[in-house]
Write a protein that binds this ligand. Sequence first.
Ligand code: IPD
Ligand code: CA
Ligand code: CA
Length: 279
Amino acid sequence: MTDVQLKIFLDIATEAALAAGAVLQAYWGNLEEVQEKGRPGDLVTEADKAAEKAILEVLRRHVPDHGILAEESGALGDTTGTYLWAIDPLDGTTNYAHQYPFSSASVGLLIDGVPSVGAIFDPFHNELFRAGKGLGATRNRRPIQVSQTPLLSKSLLVSGFAYDRRETTDNNYAEFCHLTHLTQGVRRSGSASLDLAHVACGRLDGYWERGLSPWDVAAGVVLVEEAGGRVTAYDGSPFQIRSGRILATNGQIHAELSKELLQVPSLTSWGDAVPSRNH
Ligand code: IPD
Ligand code: CA
Ligand code: CA
């Protein structure tokens, strides 16, 4: 894959993310339909569907033979080929439905299974995050880098809770409490793609989450890696996009955060036995 070809795909991803962003702006405050998709709290609105339609129109015009994995439409075309677009037309639907202005449109391209191109547009802050493998990462077309925070105890992290959280004890609650004690704070923003974009531009030092889908993270992974960060599984082994789990950091706190995620005390022991942050 040449840089020229990759840049063309990055421009297509950008066009698609901006088209979806325009739809999200148009529907903002005017939602007539908010439905639950199955699990309690897993919402879909007409804005999700219209934004996805806008992305699909762009992809079908430019790359009609590529496979697509779209949150609302599922698998489209040949999803076993070299090129697979993973798209989330509205990442942060719960925020959006409540008129809490923190969500984005996220468009990622996997090439032979590897996240290689990503464009994430935040229509509320007018921020466009872009990255291509080997091309670097930008925010509004200016280069970005991960933070230089050297220690977990000095870090600001972000995480989230998947929609199956009521059905499993592996719901990230214990991890969230544990890391809240060990750091300067853990945020829960409600938009995985923006969490990754904010790690990439150094506003946050690290992010972990479970229960994710490829469209939540495909674009953001490229951003963090191209901004100089590190993306792996919780245990530091290579990141697998279909595993649902991700650990993404500025690189410097990676080993520390990985270690803590692998030895989280159960919630019942939380209280007296809180871990010390004196290190
Ligand atoms: C959700 C958001 C959230 C994350 C959830 C995702 P959606 O995506 O990214 O931050 O915690 O796991 O499902 O439903 O708003 O597209
Ligand atoms: Ca999502
Ligand atoms: Ca979504």
